[in-house]
Design a protein around this ligand. Structure first.
Ligand code: FES
Length: 183
């Protein structure tokens, strides 16, 4: 059995006041503290990008759960990342309708454009590539999701165009951050 490394920090020392406020809100609308598990994980991930073992342990302690129980929740929900991911996580649907509508070609184009395979992150930490079960847009296949956006009726060209536009956005963001630092 895999042992989850733990931290000894109190949840209130480890989690920020904003994270705690949002988790408390989730707890307040659930019947039990444990029921807020998935939402608490999402809150912390939204600030830290992913859920480390330390974060998992602290959230579990705050919700009066064992780390193993919360790990079970995190594993079940594929939008909780248990290892560092890039700024954008690409979830490509690899279920039947997408398979029959050009998924392979879209995947190949994305992999070639970013030079990464499934489960990998680009060297600049901008993109992570993951597969996903049906994203609910079977009549608009092939489909991928990046952040909260769903991209449908993909072709290899369209997929590369979407990624290129995100890359340009990231580039201009980093240029303006650079200008701010220099000022
Ligand atoms: S099979 Fe891909 S969205 Fe349903």
């Amino acid at each position: 059995m895999e042992i989850i490394k733990t931290v000894t920090a109190y949840p209130t020392d480890y989690l920020t006041s904003q994270e705690l406020a949002e988790i408390d809100h989730e707890i307040s609308i659930m019947e039990t503290r444990e029921a807020a598990g998935i939402e608490a994980l999402k809150v912390v991930q939204s600030y830290r990008g992913w859920i480390s073992d330390d974060s998992l342990h602290v959230i579990a302690a705050y919700l009066n759960m064992s780390s193993a129980e919360l790990e079970g929740v995190a594993t079940f929900y594929n939008l909780i990342y248990r290892q560092p991911v890039g700024k954008y996580v690409i979830h490509i649907c690899d279920s039947v309708s997408c398979h029959l509508s050009g998924y392979q070609q879209v995947l190949k184009a994305i992999q070639q454009h970013l030079n990464i395979g499934y489960g990998e992150t680009t060297q600049d930490n901008c993109f992570t590539l993951l597969s996903n079960v049906c994203l609910g847009g079977c009549d608009k296949a092939p489909v991928m999701m990046i952040g909260k956006n769903h991209y449908e009726h993909l072709t290899p060209e369209k997929a590369v165009e979407i990624l290129s536009s995100l890359q340009s956005e990231l580039q201009s963001q980093s240029q303006s951050e650079q200008v701010e630092i220099e000022q």
